[in-house]
Design a protein around this ligand. Structure first.
Ligand code: ATP
Ligand code: MG
Length: 357
């Protein structure tokens, strides 16, 4: 019997609904004789914690997470707290504190889901977007002077380091090499951003030489958006900077049918720290507390969590259960055009997992 220590951080909004659903799924998996056990510890950080303590998580919060095998995260965002405070105070604090420099976002059209691409067959869209998760446009470098005066000025510097770019390129090429098509598209904007992005391109070409079996090409980020819509089958693994991949992966999620089904892994590939798994969507206060949240994005994140732990068989079973649920239109939540509730979908997916034991 193997026991994994999992931290759950529901955060804000519908995070408080989908993370407990994800935990229920792991409990259903453990109950169905896989030889796996999970020891959960729940951390109630986020907007409510901020109102009580003036910060999104305690100063020693990272210490509490350090010994865990993985983190299941919901969302940080609260209509009454500025977005940059919630983001930097919780999610990015963990990503940066644990050097989770690779953000991985798989996108596929799951069975039963109609994406907006009418000409797209189910196998034409099968991507993994690798997002640089530690620097670039979100490095936090910049400043603001003369606030409130006519000569006020502000900068956000996109800072890239050679070591930072090398490590994400290596991760992306290795991931591309592990997938059947062995194909990587490096997204860039080096025509306009002529310092950091030029270095990004140079390092891509350099790392490519370590992976002779990977076919790779380069695409400007603007052209990449059009290619995702017009020629989705020409893409497989994609690597992009923090900002570019942030945008491309929301587009990818929408093309796959809904923001509510897309998963994310924030990975420390060197395994010095726990990695963190979360749905790509945010706190979605507009649907909070109504049972409308689609838990599939969290369930798919649970699949990625299990894969990261090396539990491939369990991961495949959970993914099959997720696909069995999406294939049944009576289990679609409102974002997918149905009227199933979070609880109904959760019960069904847990049931499929139990039945596959
Ligand atoms: P945040 O500020 O934390 O990013 P948000 O209010 O911008 O949150 P998102 O979660 O980014 O909201 O999503 C945008 C919209 O998509 C939501 O307002 C919601 O209607 C819908 N949505 C997002 N996630 C889900 C989900 N899991 N199930 C159903 N609908 C969802
Ligand atoms: Mg949002």
């Amino acid at each position: 019997m193997k026991t994994y220590r999992i931290a759950t951080i529901p955060g804000d909004g519908i995070g408080k609904e989908v993370v407990p659903a994800g935990r229920q799924l792991l409990e259903a998996l453990a109950a169905s004789s896989t030889g796996l056990q999970f020891e959960f510890e729940d951390f109630r950080w986020g907007g409510d914690w901020f109102r009580a303590h003036g910060e999104m998580m305690p100063a020693d919060g990272l210490e509490a997470l350090r010994g865990k095998d993985a983190i299941l995260f919901g969302s940080a965002g609260d209509p009454h707290i500025p977005d940059h405070v919630t983001l930097w105070g919780l999610r990015l604090k963990i990503c940066q504190g644990f050097d989770q420099y690779a953000n991985v976002r798989p996108t596929r059209i799951l069975p039963g889901i109609d994406g907006p691409l009418k000409r797209c067959g189910p196998n034409d869209l099968d991507w993994v977007i690798v997002r640089e998760n530690s620097e670039g446009e979100y490095a936090g470098v910049g400043g603001r002077v003369h606030q409130g005066h006519p000569n006020e000025a502000a900068t956000d510097v996109s800072m890239m380091t050679r070591s930072g770019v090398e490590r994400i390129m290596r991760f992306a090429f290795a991931l591309a090499e592990s997938r059947p098509r062995r194909q990587l598209t490096v997204v860039t904007k080096s025509n306009a951003q002529r310092h950091a992005m030029v270095m990004w391109d140079e390092i891509a070409a350099q790392v490519a030489r370590e992976f002779p079996d990977v076919k790779w090409d380069k695409e400007l980020v603007d052209a990449a958006t059009a290619r995702m819509v017009n020629r989705p089958a020409t893409l497989d693994t994609i690597v992009a900077t923090n900002l570019h991949a942030d945008i491309l992966s929301d587009l990818a999620a929408a093309l796959a049918g809904s923001l509510g089904i897309a998963p994310t892994a924030n990975i420390d590939p060197e395994r010095r720290y726990p990695s963190m798994f979360e749905p790509i969507h945010g706190s979605a206060f507009d649907i909070m507390g109504k049972g409308l949240a689609n838990p599939i994005g969290t369930f798919w994140s649970v699949v990625m969590l299990l894969e990261h732990l090396g539990e491939y068989e369990a991961a495949a079973r959970v993914m099959a259960a997720v696909e069995a649920a999406t294939a049944d239109k009576s289990l679609h939540t409102r974002d997918l055009g149905g009227n199933a509730t979070t609880a109904q979908v959760t019960r069904a997916v847990c049931g499929f997992v139990a039945a596959s034991a």
